[in-house]
Design a protein around this ligand. Structure first.
Ligand code: NAD
Length: 247
């Protein structure tokens, strides 16, 4: 099958009433200039994940962890959603049962106007008290970049605050897991721009497939996800091409 043929196969499954669930990872934001974790341009090339994105790293050196997050927040604040985010946003408004589960913490899907987004790993714009003192609620949003003072402190108890993201070794919020599980009952499941190695997110596509969904991966380096169709290409090129077949 040619690439054109594959794109037509996907487009043929599109209808306003079809239940589409899209799982996205860092690759969908690559064209916005936000580095992925793995791959040739991987964020972790110069940093070790275990030095920066674990509870232990934060306990050891909160200032260093906050510096890294502040740097990423500045990069993301300067970035704009790309064509991949825009196409997914338009589908989310045109399909009644569209769901998007993202591992990304950058908020670019929401900035593009996507509806029904489940943020599997939290948001880089959320901050919460590391002691869960309960004063400001479970978390608060702060979009300033750079942040005026590092490490960030809880406005209520003065203790250390932390980024509202899910770190390695931490569990997924049960309500988020419930939403994601619900979204796996779908007709088509697109897996876009993820290396599918970080669990439990990596298991979602397989679960959707086992429940009967037709699964499609879009990635310039495919192979990690166990899917029905693998399209080798960049999200910001492949998704607009599928979209153009629909018009
Ligand atoms: P990853 O870095 O492990 O994998 C990125 C994947 O994207 C790779 O398979 C790569 O081949 C693919 N890719 C690269 N360019 C692409 C493009 N233009 N179009 C489509 N695919 C492309 O990222 P992941 O699988 O999301 O890893 C999971 C963890 O990384 C999550 O915890 C997530 O929170 C975190 N993360 C998030 C961001 C972000 O918010 N933008 C950035 C880096 C990492």
């Amino acid at each position: 099958m040619t690439l054109e043929g594959d794109l037509r196969l996907v487009a043929a499954r599109w209808s306003s009433r079809a239940r589409w669930t899209v799982l996205t990872g860092a690759g969908v934001s690559a064209a916005s200039g936000i580095g992925t974790f793995r791959g040739s341009d991987g964020l972790w090339k110069n940093f070790r994940a275990e030095d920066l994105a674990t509870p232990e790293a934060f306990a050891r050196d909160p200032h260093r962890v906050w510096e890294w997050y502040d740097w990423r927040r500045q990069k993301i604040a300067a970035a704009r959603p790309n064509r991949a985010h825009e196409v997914l946003a338009s589908w989310s408004r045109r399909q009644a049962a569209f769901r998007l589960i993202t591992q990304n913490v950058d908020g670019l899907h929401e900035r593009a106007g996507t509806e029904h987004v489940t943020r599997f790993h939290g948001s880089i714009w959320d901050i919460r008290c590391s002691k869960r003192c309960g004063g400001s609620g479970s978390s608060w949003v702060d979009t300033r970049a750079p942040l005026p003072e590092l490490p960030v402190r809880c406005p209520d108890c003065g203790g250390l605050a932390r980024p509202g993201v899910v770190w390695f070794e931490e569990p997924i919020d049960p309500e988020v897991l419930r939403q994601a599980q619900e979204a796996l009952d779908c007709d088509v499941c697109l897996v876009v721009g993820t290396s599918s190695v970080v669990y439990p997110a990596a298991a979602l596509a397989l679960e959707a497939r086992q429940r009967g969904a037709w699964t499609v991966e879009i990635n310039p380096e495919p192979g990690a996800a166990d899917v029905d169709l693998a399209i080798v290409g960049k999200a910001e090129e492949v998704l607009p091409e599928i979209d153009s077949i629909l018009h």
